[in-house]
Design a protein around this ligand. Structure first.
Ligand code: HEM
Length: 548
């Protein structure tokens, strides 16, 4: 579940006014949620609260350890550079310009004059993502993960328990385990093909078709169930989560700033997760866990009776006899369904959009696919270059905030100059300070990815322009699947799924921009980085023509 997930909760609050008062007794816990709600319902009261908090912060604040590092001017004391960073449209309008001007370590202003360190230096990024005890996610994000996944969800558990659970789950995500799901991916790809065919020679919202396709893939591969067999209510909540208009807003930026100040008490998680405004998250978890439990029970019974439990991921996990209990497996259903669907659908959609913008490249990739039908997808260089370039340009989680739990030092790949002209090859960070890992910025660093890093150009992966550099992330030195102990568990699954679906679709159809329509499609930061039209709707209309 991406970092920016909780902005979604902010936007989905249509709470009746009177009900806000029920948050007041637990105000320190729910401050961010309260802030968004207040902003929407009582703008004046919100402004007064924001000013009061700002004054407190200004009084208590100590000088940030990285104050001497240059960075862009701040346009506002209340928001600092945070609106430019989190709310700009298209995503990265300011961030990628700052990267060019200030390099891969610079200082930003957070809300109410607080300093933030923006980091995309590879060594520093690796250090932060690996040091999960020193750099923790904000308490409010932890609370939301706890709400949607429950205390036993893989993203909610920490430390040794996380390591144990990950090792056990990983048996179903190794290269050889994932190869077993190939046939199911092929079946799903053919279903997507027939849906497109039904609409062929017409303009189709590929985002919608691929969203439905990747939900089928995840349901069939993980649970051995077709979408038609899933609870209708569950499919409905999953699609609300996927298409919800969840862009960041000034309210969510303030909530973010306040959320970073909350204490890390586990009791708070339990209290906050009961709040009525988080009802949709609880409902998703309840429905998904109920389905997971039912599936696991059926498969366990089949195994006990010497019958075939199926060839899906849950059956595989049960057969492997891992240290996970049946309840623990069932409790991962919500992260697997939510984390595995939209992420892959968005990446596939953005890849097809880029091919529609570049017919020549599309034709080259099609020729490779059609001439290598019997080869493994791993042997198709252009197909894999398309996947890598789409992941590079459009990381699902482009910004990651972490709060230092103690004083520490971050070493850099290359030294930087302070405003006074001194050289620094490491940056001290004090307890409580917030660093922002710029994953999208890291993936646009010219020294690593070659000339024109802002251009979508898959050929950079085959003509030697990409520099190997320090090994980072699980796939192609990219951080789109994250890095460190919290690396995406499903990255091999996602790569094989994308290889299979791209091969099927690009091999059989041509994709073009809708004629007469301006190409105003872009990406915006919502729950994750999402394709969007100029009005912010999650739609990508493309003209799809059947070729074979
Ligand atoms: C293009 C597709 C995908 C992308 C870009 C992606 C990206 C990510 C990212 C960035 C994270 C880290 C989130 C965080 O901790 O802030 C993550 C975690 C995770 N992903 Fe994916 N993901 C993709 C597909 C999948 C699929 C298909 C599955 C499952 C079948 C999956 C399962 C998971 C799980 C279980 C975690 C939590 C790992 C942990 O906390 O130990 N992902 N993913």
């Amino acid at each position: 579940m991406p970092e920016c997930f909780y902005s979604w909760c902010g936007n989905s609050m249509n709470a009746p006014r009177g009900y806000i008062s029920s948050f007041l007794p637990s105000f320190p816990i729910v401050a961010p949620l309260f802030a968004i709600s207040l902003a929407m319902n009582y703008p004046l009261a919100f402004t007064s609260l924001a000013v009061a908090v700002a004054v407190c912060i200004a009084v208590c604040r100590h000088k940030a350890s990285f104050r001497a590092i240059p960075g862009p001017p701040s346009p506002s004391w209340i928001f600092g550079n945070m609106l430019q960073l989190w709310v700009s449209s298209p995503y990265g309008k300011y961030e990628f310009a700052w990267l060019k001007e200030y390099g891969n370590i610079y200082r930003l202003k957070g809300c109410f004059g607080q300093d933030r360190l923006m980091v995309s230096d590879p060594r520093a990024v690796q250090h932060i993502l690996n040091s999960v005890n020193t750099f923790r996610i904000s308490p409010i994000l932890e609370t939301l993960l706890h709400t949607i996944q429950g205390p036993r969800g893989i993203q909610a558990v920490r430390g040794e328990e996380h390591r144990r659970m990950r090792t056990a789950l990983n048996v179903a995500f190794t290269a050889s385990a994932v190869r077993q799901y190939q046939e199911i991916f092929e079946k799903v790809a053919r279903t997507i093909s027939s849906r497109l065919e039904a609409a062929s020679e017409d303009v189709v919202d590929v985002c919608h078709v691929l969203g439905a396709g990747t939900l089928s893939a995840i349901a069939e591969v993980v649970l051995g169930r077709s979408v038609e067999e899933l609870d209708e209510e569950l499919v409905q909540v999953l699609s609300i989560i996927a298409v919800q208009e969840t862009r960041h807003t000034p309210g969510s930026v303030i909530a973010n700033a306040l959320g970073a100040l909350l204490p890390q008490f586990s009791l708070l998680k339990h209290v906050v997760s009961l709040l009525p405004i988080l009802g949709l998250l609880r409902k998703t978890r309840k429905l998904a866990t109920r389905l997971g439990t039912q599936v696991i029970e059926e498969k366990a019974a089949a195994l006990e009776n010497g019958m075939d439990p199926g060839d899906d991921l849950y059956a595989y996990l049960l057969r492997q006899n891992t240290t996970l209990t049946k309840e623990d497996i069932a409790k991962q259903t919500v992260i697997l369904l939510t984390g595995g669907q939209d992420s892959t659908a968005n990446t596939l959609t953005l890849g097809l959009l880029e091919l529609a913008r570049n017919p020549e490249l599309q034709e080259k990739i099609r020729e490779e696919i059609q001439s290598m039908t019997n080869s493994s997808h791993d042997n198709k260089p252009l197909l894999n270059a398309l996947i890598k370039e789409t992941l590079r340009m459009y990381p699902l989680e482009p910004l990651v905030e972490r709060i230092a739990q103690r004083d520490t030092v971050i070493s850099l790949t290359e030294s930087i100059s302070t405003m006074a002209g001194e050289r620094m090859d490491h940056v001290p960070v004090h307890k409580g300070e917030v660093v922002i890992v710029g994953i999208a910025s890291y993936q646009r660093d010219k020294s690593r990815w070659g000339e024109n890093p802002d251009k979508f150009d898959p050929l950079r992966w085959v003509d030697g322009r990409v520099v190997k550099g320090e090994a980072i992330g699980p796939y192609a030195n990219l951080l789109s699947f994250f890095g460190g102990p919290r690396t995406c568990l499903g990255w091999r699954f996602a790569v094989l799924e994308m290889q299979t679906i791209f091969s099927e679709l690009v091999g059989k159809f041509s994709f073009a921009l809708a004629e007469g329509e301006p190409d105003d499609l872009c990406v915006q930061l919502a729950v994750s980085l999402q394709p969007s039209d100029a009005k912010g709707n999650k739609v990508v209309p493309l003209r799809v023509t059947r070729l074979l």
